[in-house]
Design a protein around this ligand. Structure first.
Ligand SMILES: [Zn+2]
Length: 327
């Protein structure tokens, strides 16, 4: 069909389609704004709008990021101003690239809406390259390379990140201290060892090993666990007494005992939110928090049956009331 078109018709057609694409960009941004306003991505079991855009809508991470950053910029504007910018997106003088680049620099430079407005005027109608140059010329801090992870083999990835002096000194010091366990003294070896030690310490699902000397092991556990809850009174002298205290008052505290917390972490491992409509589980492992299924304030007990792990987004959005996924 296309190969029978004249050159002029083919060019007209591709121009018309590009215009249609810009109109669709506008509509996608408008629709995302409303999805975000209703927090529908959370209700449907996604831990973030980014996860919704990549997993549900099929955008690449970069495409999702451009759309979300553009949408966030529009979100800050008044409806009439938003309308003006959207008209420019439709005409092509402003693109998702302009908006997303501007939003990213603005975040790093902490620009307010007034500054963003001025820069939007400066980049309007400019090419991607020109836009980058204009924005870079306004930056007070040097442009840092973006953090990235790129697979280089089936089991290895190249990681790009920028470390400050303090972090680099810590890394070097760690390498010295652990030279016997990392004989090649590689950064990768040191990072793996450091992470193994760190994860072992902060993983709430970990087993407590030493039980021989109760008082000592309790102290060791407290000092080894940065998440130890300082709000829980530690006046109970032994673990035995603490256990009996917990047995006698299982629902008294909103805050679960440490063994109960560990058992929930081991059982759940991922966000337990499930969209009641589609049945889609969230399964995010990002910033997991313990949640009372039936809220504590409404008489919900602090028991394994009533506790679950939720990611921060779902806990924040559905906290303090009966959740759609709880029935
Ligand atoms: Zn979640």
């Amino acid at each position: 069909m296309l190969h029978t078109l004249s050159d002029d018709s083919l060019l007209s057609k591709v121009k018309a389609l590009a215009g249609e694409e810009r109109r669709i960009h506008r509509q996608v941004l408008e629709t995302l704004l409303e999805v975000d306003r209703r927090k529908l991505h959370l209700a449907r079991g996604f831990s973030s709008l980014f996860a919704f855009c990549t997993d549900e809508l099929g955008y690449s991470p970069a495409s999702a990021q451009r759309r979300i950053a553009s949408m966030r910029l529009l979100q800050e504007m008044s409806p009439p101003e938003r309308e003006q910018v959207q008209t420019k997106i439709e005409s092509g003088t402003l693109t998702l690239n302009h908006l997303a680049q501007l939003q990213s620099v603005a975040r790093a430079e902490r620009w307010d809406l007034h500054a963003k407005r001025e820069m939007l005027q400066s980049v309007e109608g400019k090419s991607v390259r020109q836009c980058e140059k204009i924005l870079a010329s306004q930056m007070t801090s040097p442009t840092m390379p973006r953090e990235s992870i790129r697979p280089v083999s089936a089991t290895q990835s190249q990681v790009t990140l920028v470390l400050d002096d303090q972090t680099l000194n810590l890394l070097e010091r760690f390498k010295e201290l652990t030279a016997h366990r990392n004989p090649q003294a590689t950064h990768a070896g040191a990072i793996r060892l450091a992470l193994q030690i760190a994860v072992e310490r902060v993983d709430p699902a970990r087993e407590v090993k030493a039980r021989a000397a109760p008082a000592e092991s309790a102290n060791a556990e407290r000092s080894a666990n940065p998440e130890s809850d300082t709000r829980v009174p530690h006046s109970v002298p032994t673990q035995e007494a603490a256990a009996s205290h917990r047995r006698s008052t299982p629902n008294f505290n909103r805050r679960p005992s440490r063994p109960l917390r560990r058992s929930i972490w081991r059982r759940d491992q991922v966000c337990q939110y499930v969209d009641p409509i589609t049945g889609r589980p969230c399964t995010s492992q990002f910033k997991l928090e313990l949640d009372h299924h039936l809220p504590f304030s409404k008489g919900g007990s602090t028991t394994a049956e009533n506790l679950r792990l939720l990611c921060r987004a779902h806990n924040a959005h559905f906290g303090g009331r009966l959740k759609p996924g709880s029935q």
